[in-house]
Design a binder for this molecule. Structure first.
Ligand SMILES: C[S@@+](CC[C@H](N)C(=O)[O-])C[C@H]1O[C@@H](n2cnc3c(N)ncnc32)[C@H](O)[C@@H]1O
Ligand SMILES: O=[N+]([O-])c1ccc2c(c1)CN[C@@H](CO)C2
Length: 283
């Protein structure tokens, strides 16, 4: 039904681009992806200039310094990763993780249900976030809190006008969305990226917040050995313009530029943006 509705709303060329992107993702390898991006040097908690600690700091500060509050946080395009909700689970007592692939949802379920080892040891991440928060939690207490907060792990397709099952959401919508490296990595072009931004906006209540992390000027990344996935290269201005076009008001913007040794060949990303926005009206 989604693609039927979509093909009448967007051009055939874009529809083909979306289908081609879905075909790339059939070859996505969660364990390889985690190794490429979530181990040192990109995830080195001893290095001030490592990418993952920067991302965790942006999310921690947004969740603790601002007026973000409510019941439900939804993570759009979670993939096989959990770092992006480790701070949010202190503010929201319900967290919904989503992804397009069953393989990723399965990876997340394995961690949440504490069934054997997940592909990546999240302990250093939990320890780092505990240190940022200074609440005196042990990482095991933090892990228990996160497991308790995650109420659903659901399918999602940001190219559908209704990206996920609305029954999982309150009628007014979610209070907050987080989405990291998803929209630009799944969209064939800028119009599709902007439409996807609008689609996920419909999941938010008016006045709800969006915390968006993404790649700047990236044209591809490896979703597994030899699995080259195309990415729509974006600059800051394009992301800001798309947010504005879809009814978001920008609250905070931070940018990270990759040092040379963070460019490890798994993609051609040059920078990472963090954007904290509020949706005022649906457009
Ligand atoms: C680059 S990964 C990002 C994973 C994780 N959020 C992170 O920060 O590393 C992109 C994710 O988008 C998912 N995805 C692919 N097509 C999608 C679609 N049409 N709608 C939503 N998510 C999609 C993929 O399965 C993958 O998990
Ligand atoms: O350095 N990182 O923390 C990091 C994590 C995930 C991703 C990137 C960089 C760049 N590529 C995207 C996919 O387009 C995925």
């Amino acid at each position: 039904a989604g693609s039927h509705v979509r093909s009448t709303l967007v051009g055939l060329e874009t529809e083909n681009g979306i289908k081609a992107m879905a075909a790339h993702y059939q070859r996505f390898d969660p364990a390889a992806y985690l190794q490429y991006n979530y181990t040192p040097p990109r995830a080195d908690f001893e290095r001030k200039d490592s990418i993952v600690p920067w991302k965790l700091s942006c999310l921690h500060r947004a969740f603790t310094e601002g007026d973000i509050n409510g019941e439900l946080l939804v993570d759009i395009g979670s993939g096989p990763t959990l770092y992006q909700v480790m701070s949010g689970c202190e503010v929201f007592n319900k967290v919904i993780l989503t992804d397009f692939l069953e393989a990723n949802r399965q990876e997340l379920r394995r961690w949440v249900q504490d069934e054997g080892s997940s592909s990546l040891d999240w302990t250093p991440y939990l320890q780092h976030v505990c240190k940022l928060e200074g609440r005196g939690y042990t990482w095991t207490e933090k892990a228990a809190k996160l497991r308790k907060a995650i109420t659903h792990i659901l399918p999602i397709d940001v190219h559908c006008p209704q990206p996920m099952d609305p029954c999982a959401l309150p009628s007014a919508g979610a209070d907050c969305l987080v989405s990291t490296f998803c929209l630009e990595s799944v969209s064939p072009d800028l119009p599709a990226f902007t439409r996807a931004l609008g689609h996920i906006g419909t999941l938010l209540r008016p006045g709800g917040h969006l915390l968006l992390i993404g790649a700047l000027e990236e044209s591809f990344y490896l979703g597994g050995p030899g699995v080259k996935i195309p990415v729509v290269p974006l600059n800051q201005a394009q992301v800001c313009h798309s947010l504005k076009e879809k009814g978001y008001t920008l609250i905070r913007l931070e940018v990270y530029t990759l040092p040379q040794d963070m460019r490890v060949g798994v993609d051609d990303v040059t920078g990472v943006f963090f954007k904290w926005a509020k949706i005022m009206c649906m457009k």
